[in-house]
Design a protein around this ligand. Sequence first.
Ligand SMILES: [Fe+2]
Ligand SMILES: [Fe+2]
Length: 204
Amino acid sequence: MEDRANIHTLLEDADAFARSRLSEKRYGHTLRVARTAEELARAHGLDEDRARLAALLHDAARETGPEEFLGIAEEWEIPVGESERESPKLLHGPVAAELAERELGIKDEEVLEAIRTHTTGRPGMGPLALVLYVADKIEPARDYPSVGRLRELARKDLHGAAAEALRRAIAHNEERGRDTHPASLKTLDWLEADHTAQPRIEQK
Ligand SMILES: [Fe+2]
Ligand SMILES: [Fe+2]
């Protein structure tokens, strides 16, 4: 884990880094996710600064050109599957995690994991990664029918909220005839196997 003095410098650097790489709109989303991630971390007894750090950097590669992702992935030896070949922007999480490490010197593996897995999830993902995954889906500007109940659930049950968010993402893809990333399906299986007793929210 980063030491205290260091993390405050890192938070400032991460904020400036995100601001320099993102449109105003996406930087606004980033700040809302950061605030939401801090709140969720507090609610679940996790480190708020590390949650904020991951959130500030999660979309830092989101405005990389679609044609650039595969080249970067090859150069930095980031694994690329069929889904990433079809939709290279899926790589914005892994690429942002690499940037966090290379450009800002972040070594905190849980922070890097949270950034890396925020788009698809990963079976066995840790609490900080769950916080970021859920915060991204419920930040205050998100507006869809089940978001209010998901916000409520997230305060009490991170795993349940992540599972619910994944079910919603899968349903959303199905409606549009799109495949869901295999990591998301496996993550939902993992969450449901470990947390079968958690309440579900009705899909609308
Ligand atoms: Fe993202
Ligand atoms: Fe995001």
